[in-house]
Design a binder for this molecule. Sequence first.
Ligand code: FAD
Length: 348
Amino acid sequence: MKARAAAAAAALAVVFKTAIASVAKQSKKVYNVLVMGDMGKPYDVLILGGGPAGLSAAIYAARAGLSVLVIERGAFGGTVFQTSEIENYPGGVYGESGREFSSRLSAQADSFGVEKASGAAEKVHMEGKEKKVEAGGNTYSGRSIILATGSIPAKLGVPGEEEYLGRGVSYCAVCDGPFFSGLDVFVVGGGDSALEESMHLAGFARHVTIIHRRDAFRAAKQIVDHTRKKDNISFMLDTVVTGIGGGDLLTRIETENVKTGEKNVIRANDGENFGFFIFAGMNPVTDLFEGIDMKDGYIVTDERMRTNAAGVFAAGDVRFKTLRQIVTAAADGAIAAIEAEKYLIKGE
Ligand SMILES: Cc1cc2nc3c(=O)[nH]c(=O)nc-3n(C[C@H](O)[C@H](O)[C@H](O)COP(=O)(O)OP(=O)(O)OC[C@H]3O[C@@H](n4cnc5c(N)ncnc54)[C@H](O)[C@@H]3O)c2cc1C
């Protein structure tokens, strides 16, 4: 009952705020509406990014009785929205798609009265006690902020890459490796993660071929040596992928040797398909966060998800950490929310 009343109040607040924003837009003037929480006060917690980290933080914060606004520029649910099937979230629904998972997660946040705003944050002000986010012509005000903007895998940019995402193409061995058990898998990249993930994939795949555009690796020597010793891993060096294709699933990979110019087409055995894993780097979404400590472009936090700025927390893939998965993003979000609550209670 309590949750339902909170949800109804939140829905009314959203209608009211949307109406203000809409009037401002229609006036055709340069507008900037200051959006507060209930009673004209700043939200207790502003959350930037509506993926698993942001929505988990929202659920924990709202259940702790805090007023919460999540700002999201795309689909609520985050990166996981693109995933065709999630097999590894503990207690998840068997065979569920990322889209279905996202919609359950998003509805769960709604049920606790979490407010949502759609729009891309353009500026974030994190200094002082009142934090502000400018997004979609509004300025949102909060007493604390959780940064949960995720990180985006770098694309290879070859024809077929988007078309075959979830049908052969993947950017995450831990997520999708088991879908290619007993099949031939190709890995593109020459850094630490490409080689480490190849070792992981070699545990499922019949064979793993690492395609790399140079004849030497950026990865540490130790991991290169381990990879070379593995029976079911081989290398195609000085080689780039020029295209991928097939039918419903990925069955064709086109390559070119950068030294000789020789072109090649690799085709899957009849009735089989390929796994094609791209490890061309990750791009953490942190360009808006001036003054926040970073490492390799990711936000540095302590184990309580606190950044170097008071009242500013970070959660999920945007954080410097070792495993980027839904389960770790959700855990980060929960911790960040509870730490934000402690911060607000202390009134630091
Ligand atoms: C293809 C693929 C398949 C995957 N499959 C699995 C899987 O099966 N199992 C698993 O555990 N993990 C999987 N992962 C990893 C998982 O998706 C991530 O670990 C998880 O989504 C991280 O959650 P997050 O909330 O930290 O970030 P994200 O999910 O990336 O969410 C961040 C959100 O912030 C928003 N945002 C960014 N900048 C702004 C801005 N300026 N203004 C407003 N909003 C902004 C983004 O639009 C995004 O929705 C997969 C990843 C990929 C790429």
